[in-house]
Design a protein. Sequence first.
Length: 407
Amino acid sequence: MSDTEGATQDRNLFEQTYGEPPAGVWAAPGRVNLIGEHTDYNAGLCLPIALPHRTFIALKPREDTKVRVVSDVAPDKVAEADLDGLKARGVDGWSAYPTGVAWALRQAGFDKVKGFDAAFTSCVPLGSGLSSSAAMTCSTALALDDVYGLGYGDSDAGRVTLINAAIKSENEMAGASTGGLDQNASMRCAEGHALLLDCRPELTPLENVSQQEFDLDKYNLELLVVDTQAPHQLNDGQYAQRRATCEEAAKILGVANLRVTADGISKADDQFQALKETLDALPDETMKKRVRHVVTEIERVRSFVRAFAQGDIKAAGRLFNASHDSLAADYEVTVPELDIAVDVARKNGAYGARMTGGGFGGSIIALVDKGRSREVAQKIADAFAVHGFHQPRALAAVASSSAHRVD
């Protein structure tokens, strides 16, 4: 949906639900991470782009602390909560995400934030690994910032305050572990660019991102995104388990986080030997595999940025492939649908293909020559039919802009 289409539909949903017009309509994008998976919570590097696919929120502030939200997924069901006395995990279902943003802002000392009525309309595919949840929390944060005059939405540095509220909502109210990649992408990406996000905690908001040109037209390319429609669920403990393993490994290695380890290996004269010595210091095979993925993935982000900037698309594609293979073998977050989609894309002319997002379902991306997306997507659909999988959904991604007010 265009901004105009989304704003019109969402405004109509709001007025049908609440019987009055909203104060405005805001939108935040879903994202695709080009490379750098499961690195954000290890203080690593990642490289997302914002999608043109957005979640729209029509919102009006209230004088009390009540929150009412409705979605185009179920337009006849209004979820309600009260911010007064609300505790973490105090809201069930999807409404925990937007309610949690207001709760997080109030927890951060923004007492002027009160209740609100809101309606959501979205074209970010749900459960696809394209971060529909961050699109919802970030659009909510921007809307609340605007209507309550907090003043953080107008600058890149200021938006970090809103990002933190969105992250807190997902982690503590909705109970979905997230490291911050998705929210930074939704709030800080620029059109035609990928966001190189450096997640080291010691960096300031102005130091931890840089905009990297990602012009597919320049190299006559398309970025195919295929939502495998495999069930995508990060709340079952798999994500948290891997995060805990990485944190335990850092303790054993005597470092603050695995980024310190990765940087040390990157600077070593013999990187292969340095990696071997690091892994030899870890007690079990699973932990060794998790750490090997994180360390090598951080280095792949650096290499991809260089390769794409130099127009070495074959090298960029090889890095996509290496990333997926590492996520499959070492981090063990792929499922058959992801692996088969990647394999089919590679066999049908993609420079490289990989799963994107947290894994355990969701989407793959493939770097293909312009005009080939539809053909490759059809080959994947044909393979899925043979295997009895749900039919996938495909879209061609371009690097879009971050969250903004649309009406």
